[in-house]
Write a protein that binds this ligand. Structure first.
Ligand SMILES: Cc1cc2nc3c(=O)[nH]c(=O)nc-3n(C[C@H](O)[C@H](O)[C@H](O)COP(=O)(O)OP(=O)(O)OC[C@H]3O[C@@H](n4cnc5c(N)ncnc54)[C@H](O)[C@@H]3O)c2cc1C
Length: 378
């Protein structure tokens, strides 16, 4: 089924076409059913993703990465998410969300320290912004940095850290003098405690946990960008990450469409294949039209280096809505079979659900769209 994946994209470079095909081929080997069942990504898959250069797609070649373009990152996340949305978001957080910030804001010295191990996949990274009392309301975070001689001490707790259980490198946002500052450090440092992974509805392989910091020593070289610039950095990363989530959503949506189409070609009711019935045709035509639109728009935004945050929000808002809609309709087309684990659409429905929540809920994307429209139009 995966080798049938054809998305409405034009003007891809030869390199982008090639990496898309490589990712599609690689994805076929991922055991998505096992990952969902076990609730984790096996070490062997991490190793083969590293060997294949997939943890380097967001990092420059001079540091050992395999960066081609933002479009190429999106194509890889889409193709991998088509097979396994858990693996797709693990790659997206590492490359799109964290990678974008580090590539732009680390000094050359810091890049030479951190990027080679991140780009090779030796160290997986995570993005630690949300807290038990602060999700949408990012400014409400309480984790803090306290000056201690020439160093700082980090205190607080982060929640919902995707990749947390797998990660060695943490990009953590904390308050210093009431402003947010980003710090990057090894999560094996003294005072870091990773808590038990959450039991989630979907994307079960993309493990998520809380991480607490109790007296973690941070030195000046571990500060990313300027003191007080953390909110700007977080939002910069989220604009990239949201496009990653849009591509993850597209992967889920396209899989739902192909699975449902194929099923409706074979399943008979009242002596005919159900594809002959207009209700089913309506569902499939609607899914396909929305997927074509969501894909074309997401990749239009990805290909534009001058994209605005509004466009990133629109891409995520629409692609995540379409993914949920497609997963819902796919179950409807499968009937009772769609409701059990024997068929993949049951998981697609669970996996799709998170895409309208993380990296900014749909409500927050709409607020963002209006905020930027007010700047543009008023
Ligand atoms: C599986 C998973 C993985 C995650 N991974 C990460 C990660 O790697 N790193 C990280 O930092 N965070 C992560 N998150 C956190 C995620 O980004 C937040 O859950 C999300 O931003 C929403 O925040 P919240 O859960 O605190 O909800 P709240 O902010 O409490 O919002 C609750 C509801 O109120 C709505 N709402 C809030 N404010 C407004 C408003 N002003 N107007 C209208 N509606 C509003 C929201 O849209 C939502 O519907 C993850 C979450 C999950 C579930």
């Amino acid at each position: 089924m995966l080798n049938k994946l054809k998305v409405p994209l034009f003007n891809l470079s030869d390199e982008e076409k090639e990496i898309f095909e490589i990712a599609i081929k690689f994805a076929q080997e991922i055991n998505d059913v096992e990952i969902d069942k076990l609730g984790l990504i096996p070490d062997k898959l991490f190793e083969s993703l590293s060997r294949g250069g997939f943890f380097g797609i967001g990092y420059p070649k001079e540091y050992g990465g395999s960066y081609i373009s933002e479009t190429a990152i999106g194509l890889v996340i889409l193709a991998i998410s088509y097979k396994c949305a858990s693996t797709g978001i693990v790659l997206s957080v590492h490359n799109s969300l964290v990678g974008a910030i580090l590539n732009k804001y680390l000094t050359d010295y810091q890049k030479s320290v951190w990027l080679p191990s991140l780009a090779s996949g030796k160290c997986i990274s995570c993005f630690c912004l949300s807290e038990p009392e602060a999700g949408s309301d990012v400014r409400g975070i309480r984790t803090k940095l306290i000056l201690d001689g020439n160093d700082y001490i980090l205190e607080g707790e982060k929640s919902w850290v995707t990749n947390g259980p797998y990660a060695i490198v943490g990009l953590v946002f904390a308050k210093y003098n009431d402003e947010i500052t980003a710090v990057l450090f090894d999560l094996n440092s003294n005072g870091v405690k990773k808590h038990t992974p959450e039991e989630k509805l979907g994307i079960k392989g993309a493990q998520t946990c809380s991480i607490s910091f109790d007296g973690v020593r941070i030195n000046r070289d571990q500060v990313v960008g300027e003191f007080g610039s953390g909110l700007k950095l977080a939002l910069y990363g989220l604009n990239h990450g949201r496009l990653g989530v849009a591509c993850q959503s597209l992967g889920i949506g396209w899989r739902a469409f192909y699975e449902a189409f194929n099923y409706s070609l074979n399943r008979k009711a009242f002596g005919q294949v159900i594809l002959n019935y207009q209700f089913i045709q309506d569902y499939l035509a609607d899914m396909r039209t929305k997927l074509d639109h969501a894909t074309a728009y997401t990749f239009l935004v990805l290909a534009n280096p001058d994209r605005s945050p509004r466009e990133c929000s629109e891409a995520k808002l629409y692609a995540s809505t379409v993914a949920n809609d497609c997963a819902y309709k796919a179950i409807q087309i499968f009937g009772g079979n769609g409701y059990v684990k024997d068929f993949v659409v049951e998981r697609l429905f669970r996996d799709a659900r998170i895409t309208t929540i993380y990296e900014g809920s749909s409500e927050i994307q709409k607020l963002n769209i209006i905020r930027f429209l007010q700047k543009e139009l008023v």
